[in-house]
Design a protein around this ligand. Structure first.
Ligand code: SF4
Length: 163
C-alpha cells in the first residue's frame, strides 16, 4: 500500500477520515480555510527553496531548502501532532531514499511561528508501527465508527458521518 503524507496526517486527526480518504470517498473542498492554505503555500516562502516537490508520485513536500531542510506550511497550529507526524513521515521517506535531510520545520506564517521537528531513532520505531497500523485500518472492509470530536464540524465528512 502506498502511504501519503495526508494519510499519516489523517491517522492522527481521525482514523475514520483516513479510511474514507483511502477508499476515495471524497467531497468537494471549497471552504475558505482550504483556499487560504493554498494561497499561503504559494506566497509565504517564495524565494527560500524548491516548492511543491513531488517524489515517486506519492510524497508532496511543501518546500525543501538545499535538500537538507523540509518545510511543511500550515495555516494554524490547531492539530499539531498530526502536522508533526506528517512532517516526520516526509523525513522518514526521504531518508529511506538516501536523501540526507537534517531536520524538518513546521511553518505557521499567520502566527509568524516556526517549529523545529527532529527525527530520532525512537521516532523511526514509532513511525514503522504507525505505518503498519495505517495499513491495517485501510485494509479493513468497513471504516471505524464515527466519534464526535471538536474538529468534526469543519470536516468535509461531517454530514456523511452524523446525519
Ligand atoms: S466528521 Fe469527524 S468522525 Fe467523521 S470523518 Fe470527519 S473527523 Fe472523522
Amino acid at each position: 500500500m502506498r502511504i501519503t503524507g495526508n494519510m499519516v496526517n489523517y491517522y492522527f486527526v481521525c482514523k475514520r477520515k483516513l479510511w474514507l480518504f483511502q477508499h476515495e470517498i471524497v467531497f468537494e473542498q471549497t471552504n475558505k480555510k482550504v483556499q487560504l492554505g493554498s494561497i499561503l503555500d504559494q506566497t509565504s516562502y517564495e524565494n527560500k527553496g524548491k516548492h511543491h516537490v513531488e517524489i515517486d508520485n506519492l510524497i508532496n513536500v511543501d518546500m525543501i531548502q538545499n535538500w537538507q531542510v523540509v518545510h511543511e506550511i500550515k495555516k494554524s497550529n490547531a492539530i499539531e501532532p498530526a502536522a508533526i507526524w506528517q512532517l516526520k513521515y516526509y523525513l522518514y521517506y526521504l531518508r529511506k531514499k538516501g536523501i540526507k535531510i537534517s531536520k524538518g520545520l513546521l511553518d505557521y506564517p499567520l502566527l509568524k511561528k516556526c517549529i523545529d521537528v527532529d527525527y530520532t531513532e525512537e521516532d523511526q520505531k514509532k513511525m514503522e508501527e504507525y505505518l503498519e497500523d495505517i495499513k491495517k485500518i485501510c485494509a479493513a472492509s468497513k471504516p471505524p465508527k464515527p466519534k464526535l470530536k471538536s474538529i468534526c464540524k469543519s470536516c468535509a465528512f461531517y454530514e456523511y458521518c452524523f446525519s
